[in-house]
Write a protein that binds this ligand. Structure first.
Ligand SMILES: [Zn+2]
Length: 219
């Protein structure tokens, strides 16, 4: 019998990476367009409007009908006493702060107060950072940072970023080689969640070095 050196502990064979996921396209509400008629998707213009009436303020995010460019003003707040407006929000509105506007544009829960029908997009930008380990790993641990809500599914994210087919990911999950933390039933089909982790056991995969390399660097 061939005695091999004992494997080092599991940790040393784990590559841990952090993926920061930023959605690219803001959700589009479907609204009845008063100019061209019918329900149309409205695209966020990225511009806001702030109106003062005495001590009362109105603020809107401007959207445009995808068909005729007619505008829709999405209320951020209306008829609000200036004393009750969050100073940070006021400064952001006055300075047209793109980061703040982005947060509002991607606030899908806020948008749901205006319409039931919303078109969501799964395109995203993924920034990769190594936490520990190397590509000479047998286990891959991906930590998700997703500050903004996204409808992107876990399997779509992984298949795009790791260049592994969704069918193969499903086999991994069924075979217990892919685990989501916290655990979720049919987790691969669920939208990504901030702070969750995806653990992949690659020990039996011949292309594990390639998969690990893609976890580190976009292909
Ligand atoms: Zn229209």
């Amino acid at each position: 019998m061939d005695f091999q050196l004992e494997e080092p502990d599991d940790m040393s064979h784990t590559l841990t990476v952090q993926w920061t996921i930023t959605p690219v396209t803001a959700p589009r509400p479907f609204l009845a367009c008063s100019r061209c008629g019918g329900h149309r998707p409205f695209t966020c213009s990225g511009k806001t409007r702030l109106n003062a009436n005495g001590r009362r303020l109105d603020a809107w995010l401007i959207y445009r009908c995808a068909a005729c460019e007619d505008t829709w003003n999405r209320p951020i707040f209306e008829r609000r006493n200036v004393a009750n407006v969050d100073p940070e929000a006021l400064a952001a509105l006055q300075g047209n702060d793109p980061g703040w506007i982005r947060q509002v544009a991607f606030d899908i829960e806020g948008l749901r107060q205006c319409t039931d029908r919303i078109e969501e997009f799964a395109d995203c930008h993924v920034e990769r950072r190594v936490m520990s380990g190397t590509t000479a790993c047998t286990r891959l641990d991906i930590v998700l940072v997703a500050a903004q809500v996204s409808s992107l599914r876990v399997d779509r994210l992984l298949s795009t970023e790791l260049a592994v087919s969704r069918a193969r990911l499903t086999r991994f999950e069924a075979g217990g080689l892919l685990t989501l933390v916290p655990e979720a039933r049919k987790g691969l089909q669920r939208p990504i969640r901030h702070g969750s982790r995806i653990v992949l056991d690659l020990s039996a995969q011949d292309d594990r070095a390639e998969i690990a390399a893609r976890a580190l660097l976009a292909s």
